[in-house]
Write a protein that binds this ligand. Structure first.
Ligand code: FES
Ligand code: FES
Length: 167
């Protein structure tokens, strides 16, 4: 067995799992975080996307042991109790999803992008979503939502900067 301790959505969690356990299995089967979906299970669809140390990864391709001592963000960690994350809100407002199966992975890929690049071009958004397959939507409303969320996040950052001037 392999002992794994990760910080998931800000909380330290531990488990003892067989060495072949993937991060996706650890999250879903041991921590009951089922937002990351099992799609292809071989790295093709992006439904299992989570953010590890700031980078989007396919959780089906990472062993749980490789995530030991690392920080993992899943879709469950994005909203606060009373507020959707601006990307989630924008997806809702734009009707960006249909069946929703690809949603958690796509939203986390978008978050990783906007954390690095607050004003991405359409091409940069397409590149960021290139590993997230959606069978339903055609992506246009997702791209519009990500642009809208980027505007909201930039405005929030500007407001914070005004309220908390640098010392
Ligand atoms: Fe991981 Fe498809 S389930 S990429
Ligand atoms: Fe159905 Fe994307 S909304 S797969």
């Amino acid at each position: 067995m392999t002992n794994v301790t990760i910080e998931v959505n800000g909380t330290t969690r531990s488990a003892s799992v067989p060495p072949e356990t993937t991060l996706l299995e650890l999250l879903r089967d041991h921590f009951n975080l089922t937002g990351a979906k099992v799609g292809c299970d071989v790295g093709d669809c992006g439904a299992c996307t989570v953010i590890v140390d700031g980078k989007p990864i396919n959780a089906c391709l990472m062993l749980a042991g490789q995530a030991d001592r690392r920080s993992v963000l899943t879709i469950e960690g994005l909203a606060t109790r009373d507020r959707l994350h601006p990307i989630q809100k924008a997806f809702e407002d734009h009707g960006s999803l249909q069946c929703g199966f690809c949603g958690p992975g796509t939203i986390l890929s978008a978050k990783a992008l906007l954390d690095e690049n607050s004003n991405p071009t359409v091409q940069e958004i397409k590149d960021a979503l290139s590993g997230n397959l959606c069978r339903c939507t055609g992506y246009t409303k997702m791209i519009e939502a990500i642009q809208a969320a980027a505007r909201v996040l930039r405005a929030e950052t500007a407001e914070r900067t005004t309220r908390e001037p640098a010392e």
